[in-house]
Design a protein around this ligand. Structure first.
Ligand SMILES: [Zn+2]
Length: 315
C-alpha cells in the first residue's frame, strides 16, 4: 500500500469495498501532496482486481497491469503511456493508458482538463470492460476542468454506465461546479501527520511541516526555495538594518517568489494572531497591507520599500 497516513480515508474506502456497492462517481479532495492521487490509484487497483480483493490481490493480471501503470504515473514516465489523437490536423493529448484495457488516467493537458479529453473519456466510458468486471476513469486535478469540460462531463456523470467508475481528484471543492460535486460521493483527505510527512519528505524539518501545513507538494516547492524561508525568519525576527538589506534583496526576486513570500508571511502572522500574541486591530492592519502589496505588485510597486514599510508596521 503506497498511501501513507489517511487512516480515516482508508477505513471509509474499506467499508465501501466490504459492502461491494461502490459509487459510480467519487470525489477525492483535499490539500495538494497528501496522497489523493496515490490513494485513487490504489483504490482503482482494488476495483479492477479480478480476484475481487480490496486494494488488489497484487498477483492477478489486472493487478499486475495496474502496478505497472501506477509506477509509470507516480514515477513521471508518462511518454510511453500517453495517448494522442489527430483532431482537425492537431495532435491532441487525451490521457494516459497502460496495458490495462479498463483503466485510464486523465491529467490536465497543460494547465486544464480540456473538452477533447472529456469527449475521449465519454467514448471510453461507454465501452464494455475487457479484462475486469468494471472500468475506472481517474481524472486528476479535476479542479482544472474548464466550464465547457465540466458541462460535458456532467452528462455522463448524471447517468454513468453501471460498470464504469469515475474517480475525480481535486484540490478542494471550490473550483468545481456544484452540479459536479452533487453527483459525486465525497471523500476528504487531511493534511499529513508529522510522521508520514517526514517519512515521505525524507527529512525531519519542522519548518517545512509548518510552512506547508502538511502538504508534501508545497513542502517540496518550499525546499527548493529554502532561501525564502530563511528570509522570512530574518524578516520576522531580525533587526531593522538586516531587514532593510533583506528587503532590497527581495526586490530582485521574480514575482512568483515575491507572492510566495507574502503568502508565507501572511500565514505566520495569522498563526501569531491565533496564539494571541498580536491584537486583532494590528493583525487586520497587517493583513490588509499585505493584500495591498500583493495588488501593488501587479502595478510594479517597489517591493523592497513596501516590505520595509510592512516591517515597520509590524514591529
Ligand atoms: Zn488482483
Amino acid at each position: 500500500m503506497r498511501l501513507k497516513d489517511q487512516e480515516r480515508v482508508k477505513d471509509f474506502l474499506n467499508k465501501l469495498f466490504s459492502h461491494g456497492r461502490i459509487p459510480n462517481a467519487i470525489l477525492f479532495y483535499g490539500p495538494p501532496g497528501v496522497g489523493k492521487t496515490t490513494g485513487a490509484l490504489e483504490f482503482s487497483k482494488g476495483l479492477l482486481c479480478t480476484e475481487n480483493t480490496p486494494w488488489g490481490c497484487g498477483v492477478c493480471p489486472s493487478c499486475q497491469h495496474m502496478e505497472h501503470i501506477t509506477e509509470s504515473i507516480l514515477g513521471g514516465s508518462w511518454e510511453e503511456i500517453s495517448l494522442f489523437e489527430e483532431i482537425n490536423g492537431r495532435r491532441v493529448f487525451l490521457y494516459l493508458s497502460g496495458e490495462h484495457p479498463d483503466f485510464i488516467f486523465v491529467p490536465p493537458d497543460g494547465t486544464s482538463l480540456k473538452i477533447d479529453q472529456v469527449r475521449a473519456v465519454k467514448d471510453f466510458a461507454y465501452r464494455k470492460p475487457a479484462l475486469s468486471k468494471r472500468k475506472v476513469i481517474l481524472m486528476d486535478d479535476a479542479h482544472t476542468m474548464t466550464r465547457e469540460s465540466a458541462n460535458a462531463l456532467l452528462k455522463v456523470l448524471e447517468e454513468p454506465p453501471p460498470d464504469t467508475h469515475f474517480i475525480l481528484v481535486s484540490e478542494g471543492k471550490e473550483a468545481l461546479l456544484p452540479t459536479i460535486i452533487s453527483r459525486t460521493y465525497q471523500v476528504e483527505f487531511s493534511p499529513l501527520d508529522r510522521e508520514s510527512f517526514y517519512e515521505l519528505l525524507g527529512e525531519e524539518s519542522e519548518d517545512l511541516y509548518r510552512a506547508s501545513k502538511g502538504s508534501l507538494t508545497v513542502a517540496k516547492e518550499l525546499r527548493e526555495k529554502s532561501d525564502l524561508l530563511r528570509s522570512l525568519e530574518e524578516f520576522l525576527s531580525g533587526d531593522p538594518k538586516k531587514v532593510y538589506l533583506l528587503a532590497q534583496e527581495m526586490d530582485k526576486k521574480d514575482v512568483e517568489d515575491k507572492l510566495l513570500f507574502l503568502r508565507l508571511l501572511e500565514e505566520r502572522i495569522r498563526e501569531t494572531f491565533l496564539r494571541k500574541e498580536l491584537d486583532y486591530d494590528r493583525f487586520e492592519m497587517v493583513v490588509r497591507r499585505i493584500e495591498e502589496v500583493r495588488t501593488g505588485l501587479r502595478r510594479g510597486v517597489r517591493f523592497g520599500l513596501a516590505l520595509y514599510a510592512l516591517y515597520s508596521l509590524w514591529r
